[in-house]
Design a protein around this ligand. Structure first.
Ligand code: ADP
Ligand code: F6P
Length: 460
């Protein structure tokens, strides 16, 4: 078996400081790394001027991280990754900043990664690079003489060609992808928008068997939707902590129907639009009003970036206005919590909700939607309301699919969810549950690495 090398901006392998792997991706990849005796490389999340990788092996998994100088963090992570690529790839041209310094920092950090990591890559290793922070890394590793099979997975959407060409260096960025042997997208939709770019902007062709060819170089581009660690999540939802959470929630909602939203505090998640939709529901259904309560959990994210500070301020104001306008002396319509929750508590919160409200304006996948489904009680499942613009909508088509830009559509869906008969709730939930269990994170990881193992390695 080949060793697996994982490279991503954030490393979530378990360490002595953080002994349990956080999140589905971490669980799936650490299991694979443990089996394959691999290494997970990335940024430590700290600033510093050393160029040395710090290796740590914990519970059979090795991670290797490097600090980055402050200027690199500003230009690469805050800058090009989160002020240029993130908004652009989430269709938000108006929020996208185009600064040469950002691009310089991005290439500098990717080059640094290629230089420090390449000496640790052995000839038979499978190398798997993750996400928009590291698009050019494969090309730079090839410059370092790496001839291994190289894979890349994009966790976020691929933007329409007409948006992508607003990026001054769009050609350079996309050409770099052709250094990989396999590239993976979350959905068919993002794969097709990538095909469109290749045909229009690069004169390339899309062939059979997922092949894409540009200028004599053929790679595989696949749709490979990420899943959750369903088994672990279901166990969590049936565990002791979730049960305690369930009774705590039952006490606090006092017989009302709980609607829940859980997201990183990010403008792509449509939280503002969700609040507007809920407000529309409260305005237009005065009789149903007192029977519901919305709990929104949104820990701050990327807080040094201005657009994130702005969305946080907007949500603070909007949540205050909604409560100011509708609260009664014994009821608040909206509970807004800016804190993350432990995963087993989260599972209990999902399970106590009658409605999961997942309304991103654009999302590569959205794992919260899958976690909500996994956590439900099979005998009395809640209803998922899901934005049709989330990647998860391709698999979870039994959710109530809505356009998050329309407060009326959202208000109607809330009403439909609250009055849905048990039989219909069960039938919709069962189909989604089967999908979440079958196409889980282990399935995703195997599908990608099997595809990568099967290709002929590129000649650098
Ligand atoms: P993104 O990767 O853009 O943050 P996803 O929905 O795909 O969005 O994944 C988010 C992950 O972070 C999920 O596993 C979710 O459970 C977790 N998460 C989000 N918000 C919270 C929170 N408030 N507390 C705990 N975990 C959270
Ligand atoms: O899923 C997209 C993603 O950007 C991941 O790559 C990232 O680790 C996660 O969201 C959280 O973002 P950040 O690492 O910037 O906190």
């Amino acid at each position: 078996m080949s060793r697996l090398i994982v490279i991503s901006n954030r490393v979530s392998a378990p360490t002595a400081e953080q002994p349990s792997a956080q999140g589905g991706l971490a669980v799936a990849l650490t299991a694979a790394l443990r089996e394959a005796d691999g290494v997970w490389f990335g940024w430590s999340g700290e600033t510093g001027n050393g160029r040395d990788l710090r290796f740590e092996t914990y519970d059979g998994v090795t991670s290797a991280t490097i600090d980055l100088p402050e200027q690199d963090v500003e230009e690469y992570y805050d800058g090009y990754a989160n002020r240029t690529l993130w908004p652009l790839f989430h269709y938000r041209l108006g929020l996208t900043e185009f600064e040469r310094d950002f691009q310089g920092g991005y290439e500098r950090v990717n080059r640094l990664f290629s230089e420090v990591i390449s000496p640790h890559i052995e000839p038979d290793d499978l190398v798997w690079v993750h996400d928009y922070h590291m698009v050019p890394l494969g090309w730079l590793l090839r410059q370092q003489g790496v001839k291994n099979r190289l894979g890349f997975f994009l966790h976020i959407p691929w933007p329409p060609t007409r948006l992508l060409i607003a990026l001054p260096e769009h050609k350079r960025l996309v050409e770099a992808l052709f250094a990989y042997d396999v590239i993976g997208f979350q959905t068919r939709e993002w794969l097709e928008t990538f095909h469109d770019y290749v045909e229009r902007e690069m004169g390339g062709t899309v062939g059979p068997n997922d092949e894409v060819t540009v200028g004599g170089r053929t790679i595989k581009a696949i749709a490979c939707p990420i899943g959750i660690d369903a088994r672990e999540f279901i166990a969590g939802a049936n565990g002791e902590v979730a049960a305690q959470t369930l009774s705590r929630m039952a006490e606090s909602i006092d017989g009302r129907n709980l609607i829940v939203g859980v997201d990183r505090l990010d403008y792509s998640k449509g939280i503002e639009e969700r609040f507007h939709g809920y407000q529309r529901f409260l305005e237009t259904r005065p009789d149903a009003r007192m029977n519901v309560s919305l709990l929104q959990i949104a820990p701050p994210s990327r807080a040094t970036v201005q657009s994130y500070q702005e969305i946080r301020a907007s949500l603070d104001a909007l949540s205050g206005r909604i409560n100011g306008a509708f609260a009664e002396i014994d009821w608040v319509p909206l509970r807004y919590v800016n804190r993350g929750l432990p995963r087993d508590v989260l599972a209990g919160v999902y399970r106590s909700a009658r409605v999961g409200l997942v309304t991103p304006l654009r999302d590569g996948m959205n794992l919260v939607a899958k976690e909500f489904v996994a956590a439900q009680d099979p005998e009395d499942p809640g209803v998922l309301i899901l934005s049709r613009f989330a990647g998860a909508a391709e698999q979870l088509d039994q959710a109530l699919l809505i356009n998050p830009y329309s407060p009326d559509e959202m208000a109607d869906a809330i009403e439909q969810a609250l009055s849905m008969p048990l039989d219909e709730r069960k039938a919709r939930w069962r189909k989604m549950y089967d999908n979440v269990c079958q196409e889980d994170v282990i399935w995703w990881r195997r599908r990608f690495t099997d595809t990568l193992s099967a290709v002929e390695p590129a000649v650098a």
